[in-house]
Design a protein around this ligand. Structure first.
Ligand code: HEM
Ligand SMILES: *[C@@H]1O[C@H](CO)[C@@H](O)[C@H](O)[C@H]1NC(C)=O
Ligand SMILES: *[C@@H]1O[C@H](CO)[C@@H](O)[C@H](O)[C@H]1NC(C)=O
Length: 312
């Protein structure tokens, strides 16, 4: 695993999130598939009960889906892109496949894979103690994966500066508050050593004892099988500890600590660290905005029967 993973962002101008969101509706499946949402929820709860980290992995799948080519389940298509650096550390594909099989068993070709990702992300956050929200629905599934060049070109690595992060999110219609709130997703889950190596060995804006404890397991080169929690305090709880960690220079990724490094987002970090409900409400707002990025609607795309491949 070379440069490990990254945050993805479209550099090209895309349709503003608001134009498409009007076409999504939270009650879409009430009549054609009344048990759809409960089926997704119980499957997510079972998966998270078996392994808490799966909640983090499912949340991240929805994020990666939305940031490249819009929320169209392109991230689930198995193909030539599977070795793109940002995809190497994605997981949870089997859980999504299992949910899709259960939903297909009750309602054939009705619920899209892109909507399953959005609902599973919300249910994962709730399962780990975070806020709940109503998920707008009606995203259809893409026929094709994003090309390798598009994925690589649109990559914002964890080595990015605050300016680069703000710009990348801005291109997707997400403001700096959304950036800070969404980064709060790093209150759960794990990262591999190559993703934080540079930060712990070369950056100076890191707590020295924290850096030393990470270096004990993560060597300066290699270490691709070593992992550490993104939130060192409460790795399996969706809470606001991530922001308190940033205040004590215990962000795991360079891009995490950039949010509290003397720049324009410091006050937002302080607010979310001291006020859990301010974080919850900003996170919900930003998740809904992210879930509205360039969906396929109406007659665009299709409802896949299997999430890993377009329909024959
Ligand atoms: C600038 C933005 C971001 C960057 C640079 C970034 C980067 C990363 C990296 C490098 C990892 C670890 C990958 C690995 O080494 O295994 C990671 C994990 C994760 N990211 Fe992000 N990320 C960003 C934004 C987001 C957003 C917006 C979300 C969700 C709303 C998110 C959710 C997660 C989660 C939950 C994990 C842990 C996954 C697991 O344990 O399987 N990230 N991210
Ligand atoms: C890799 O990621 C991109 C964008 O996130 C997606 O379009 C592509 O289908 C993915 N490929 C696999 C095999 O997951
Ligand atoms: C630290 O920085 C040096 C000089 O830029 C670089 O050669 C080295 O690979 C970096 N170390 C890590 C662990 O990233």
């Amino acid at each position: 695993m070379a440069s490990a993973s990254s945050c993805l962002s479209l550099l090209l101008v895309v349709a503003p999130a608001s134009s498409a969101s009007a076409q999504l509706s939270s009650t879409l499946y009430d009549t054609p598939c009344p048990r759809a949402l409960a089926t997704i929820r119980s499957a997510v709860n079972a998966a998270v009960a078996q392994e808490a980290r799966m909640g983090a992995s499912l949340l991240r799948l929805h994020f990666h889906d939305c940031f490249v080519q819009g929320c169209d389940a392109s991230v689930l298509l198995a193909g030539n892109e599977q070795n793109d650096p940002p995809n190497l550390t994605l997981r949870g594909f089997n859980v999504i496949a299992n949910i899709k099989a259960q939903v297909e068993a009750i309602c054939k070709q009705t619920v899209s894979c892109a909507d399953i990702l959005a609902v599973a992300a919300r249910d994962s956050v709730v399962a780990l103690g975070g806020p709940s929200w109503t998920v707008p629905l009606g995203r259809r599934d893409s026929l094709k994966a994003a090309s390798t060049s598009m994925v690589l070109q649109n990559l914002i690595p964890p080595t990015s500066s605050l300016t680069q992060l703000i710009q990348g999110y801005g291109n997707l219609g997400l403001n700096p508050t959304d950036l800070v709130a969404l980064s709060g997703a790093h209150t759960i889950g794990q990262a591999h050593c190559p993703s934080y190596q540079d930060h712990i060995y070369n950056d100076t804006n890191i707590n020295q004892a924290f850096a030393a404890s990470l270096k004990a397991n993560c060597p300066a080169t290699g270490g691709s099988n070593v992992m550490a929690p993104l939130d060192t305090t409460t790795p399996n709880a969706f809470d606001n500890a991530y922001f308190k960690n940033l205040q004590s220079q215990k962000g795991l990724l360079h891009s995490d600590q950039e949010l509290f490094n003397g720049g324009s987002t410091d006050n937002t970090v302080r607010n979310f660290a001291s006020n859990p409900s301010a974080f919850s409400s900003a996170f919900v707002t930003a998740m809904i905005k992210m879930g509205n990025i360039s969906p396929l609607t109406g007659t665009q795309g299709q409802i896949r029967t299997t999430c890993s491949a377009a329909n024959p």
